[in-house]
Design a protein around this ligand. Structure first.
Ligand code: AQP
Length: 333
């Protein structure tokens, strides 16, 4: 059976990009694969974080996964730091087959390190080695497939490179994974700046639809989305970035093809089209928001699910770590 692994950071509530780019595939893949999903909290501390809210955000993110349709009975759902011993040790081993230069070339590292400003600000070693920890996350679970958004393409490639190099040097221990992107909305763009991806860390949340936004807020954000000065609803990523982004969002939210939507809305005017996009997003999020409210009422149940998940995850990952150490020639304890 195909094995699947993916994770998300508890850096805030999820947004529509996270959902359409990755979470939709997480849910779909439960039907056919052996899936493991993780709240990657160890990744969430590389840019500075608030210790007072990390635990709540971690639990809240797990609830968002389940509210979106991740089924704890058909998946392994766990928190990365609960297996910090396994993931961090594996990261150390992989870091000895990883070049500093290849980490420095990662687009996300370059872009995020530029955002670190201020007198006491530091580009941390954690930000640089982030892809090595992500490689451990994925390879410890023998993942064949990793459902992610387009922005993760380079990180999955480096995971293959690191795993491949390890296998070449020490023997075939790891499965090399491939990224799985959605057909539409693999890269959801910011509504206010359709040349930038919708992001948890954007300065303003006007260009971002959060999964917990209420219908009024969603309508306001979609209505004020930046579009070109033309009138026709057409798909053209270069010249009509804003409208094309909304077409992708609506296509992913409704399951209708972009051609079909263009045919219906070509002459409808931007106002009518934006209203339809907002309605589609509201309808997509409504059941998730209802389920999330139910889950939030019983945090103890989610803690129990995560404890079970951590025990299941350890059964897979601890032997993989042991095999890696054995292949590298360490003296058994
Ligand atoms: N805009 C997006 N479109 C499609 N997919 C996206 N993902 C993130 N943004 C978009 C996918 O969501 C998953 C979670 O990724 P993460 O936890 O690593 O979060 P992230 O990529 O750090 O999220 P943000 O919002 O983009 O935050 P910043 O600005 O901090 O980088 C991944 O599968 C990702 O591809």
């Amino acid at each position: 059976m195909t094995r699947v692994f993916s994770g998300m950071q508890p850096t805030g509530g999820l947004h529509l990009g996270n959902h359409l780019g990755a979470l939709v595939n997480w849910v779909r893949m439960q039907d056919t694969a052996d899936v493991t999903y993780c709240v990657v909290d160890l990744h969430a501390i590389t840019m500075g974080h608030d210790p007072a809210i990390l635990a709540d955000r971690t639990l809240g993110l797990a609830m968002e996964f389940v509210a979106a349709g991740v089924d704890p009975d058909r998946s392994t759902l766990f928190v990365q730091s609960h297996l910090g011993d396994v993931h961090a040790e594996m990261t150390w081993l992989f870091s000895s087959v990883t070049g500093v230069g290849e980490l420095q070339k990662m687009p996300q590292y370059r872009e995020k390190s530029e955002r670190v400003t201020g007198k006491h600000a530091q580009v941390t070693a954690g930000l640089l080695t982030y892809p090595v920890l992500q490689t451990s996350d994925i390879l410890l679970y023998d993942a064949d497939e990793v459902p992610v958004g387009e922005d993760q393409r380079h990180h999955i490639e480096i995971a293959r490179d690191i795993g491949g190099r390890f296998n070449h040097r020490y023997g075939d221990v790891f499965v090399l994974p491939r990224a799985i992107f959605p057909e539409a909305a693999a890269r959801v763009m910011d509504l206010q700046d359709p040349t930038a991806k919708m992001s948890a860390s954007a300065d303003s949340d006007k260009g971002r639809i959060n999964l917990q936004d209420d219908p009024d807020r969603i309508l306001k954000k979609v209505r004020s989305a930046q579009t070109d000065s033309g009138r026709d609803v057409a798909y053209d990523r270069a010249d009509k970035a804003g409208i094309s982004n909304l077409l992708e969002v609506m296509s992913a939210a409704t399951g209708r093809s972009i051609d079909d939507l263009v045919e219906e809305y070509a002459d409808a005017g931007y106002g009518t089209f934006k209203g339809a996009v907002a309605e589609a997003v509201v309808e997509l999020l409504r059941p998730m928001q209802e389920r999330h409210a139910e889950l939030a009422a019983d945090p103890g149940e989610m803690q129990r699910i995560l404890a079970d998940g951590a025990a299941k995850a350890r059964e897979v990952s601890a032997p993989r770590l042991a095999a890696a150490k054995d292949a590298m020639g360490f003296l058994p304890a």
